[in-house]
Ligand binder design. Sequence first.
Ligand code: FAD
Ligand code: 2HG
Ligand code: ZN
Length: 539
Amino acid sequence: ATSSWIKKLPSTMQRRLVQTASYLIRRNNVACRFSRYNGLPVASYSTKTVPFTADTYSQKVQRDAKFKQLESQDIEYFKSVLPENSIITDEDDLLFFNEDWMRKYRGQSQLVLKPKTTEQVASILKYCNDNKLAVVPQGGNTGLVGGSNPIFDEIIISLSAMNKIRSFDPVSGILKVDAGVILETADQYLAEQGYIFPLDLGAKGSCHVGGNVACNAGGLRLLRYGSLHGSVLGLEAVLPDGTVYNSMHSLRKDNTGYDLKQLFIGSEGTLGIITGVSILCPSRPQAQNVAFLAVSSYEAVQKVFVQARKELQEILSAFEFMDNTSQKLTAKHLGLEHPIESGDFPFYVLIETSGSNKEHDDEKLETFLGNAMEEGLVDDGIIAQDEAQIQSLWSWRESIPEATTIGGGVYKYDVSIPLADLYGLVEDINTRLNDAGIASLDDESKLVLAALGYGHIGDGNLHLNVSVRKYSPEIETILEPFVYEWIAKKNGSISAEHGLGFQKKNYIGYSKNEIEVKLIKEIKQHYDPNGIMNPYKYV
Ligand code: FAD
Ligand code: 2HG
Ligand code: ZN
């Protein structure tokens, strides 16, 4: 397959594409980490990293004594609801569920429950609520804010066994699924029907549709398909007292009363457990292009964005930016040369177009790129020649989150900032780290490798990642609350798409005012008066 597509390219490009293709093959290995949920947990982490545990959090948070500790009679009850193989108590098997994807946080749950039906979820939650047993809903466990893992001994309710596609209407494009359906599975199913899931992200091989909705994930094509607040048409959710809230509608328009489902979108498991999702899916684009461009300044990145919106208009479906350090770590992590090897550029941009007429789209893209080059906005670039190359360039971008853990760990900040100021945060953090004398890409004795930035420019969303050799309070004090104060000063948001989880629960005040926080607390109190749903998180 590789040889048939590289032939179409000028010879100077062939070497880099052979490399990219071999990366694709390697990615299948890397991707097993994304898919590890399907089989036994794979410990592919650096052994150097020690996650934060209850001992290290103890300065920040104590176990709430109002919650009951798990007893054998509780397990007996769960055995009356679930088959034995849906109950995990073995210490080794629990580890995957207790730890987060970054291996930053580790809880101490002694029990994972894997219900298969909404009724089973309802029985479990009612029992936990009646007995004040705290719970953590868990999807694919790919969340990046420590929201999907227990802090202490909360029971983990995994939705992984609720994985059926319920229905699809090929006229309206409305898909109904169990919450535990893996995002990629849903998208592959839709591809067969000529449709696409309106959300795409690097963890698609593991994350669940329910998990995506629970944290209101944004992803790589929000620019085109908008937020889940718009595309989710209905939900089924179980409230802590076992009540099943069912709004699995197929209606695009429904103005009767409060739009209750919106509360659950982005509630991060704090109000109830989402068990079903009804979502409006667009037609799958028939023509796609991806261009990967080298750009010499952040100012030029913004200019290319403005120009792309103007010239590509309705076919522009993604606009991602990446800084030089993010690319260095990705190349090192993958063991490959960069797709653009003509130089070492300060910034890179990935532009995707999606439409229905290839010739039309090609012409538009080529004119746009020609103009951008002529105006000196773009220094070099490549355009994917076929589907394999499109996937390959996207894979490069999607590998950055994992590449940032190359030294052992990473502090991730996912922020919205007005575009003009966005990259200034990365620069200021690097200055702070260098002033403290704790950062070096090469010197293994330093705690930190570097701060780097990438993200969804089209959405005003920066991913500031601070790549570290180990997690340490010394690093944390340099970063926090400085990062949050910086964002507040620019009227940004401390979470653009990953949510609050455990990491940001003390910092919500930097993005929401007192009245907003009060209303949020009242809603939480109303739905979950015993506070059993994902405690120690969110607010
Ligand atoms: P989990 O991690 O299991 O859970 C996330 C939160 O939702 C937790 O608070 C959990 O308690 C709650 N939850 C999960 N399922 C349910 C349920 N059924 N009912 C109620 N609560 C539930 N995010 C983006 O927004 N954009 C990206 O581009 C993006 N890319 C990523 C790339 C990588 C490589 C990784 C590792 C993560 C990425 N993420 C991204 C972060 C994350 O938001 C997504 O991976 C995904 O949306 C999380 O889904 P999950 O099923 O893994 O949820
Ligand atoms: C992405 O855009 C994800 O790749 C992950 O939102 C970002 O790891 C991160 O910081
Ligand atoms: Zn993102």
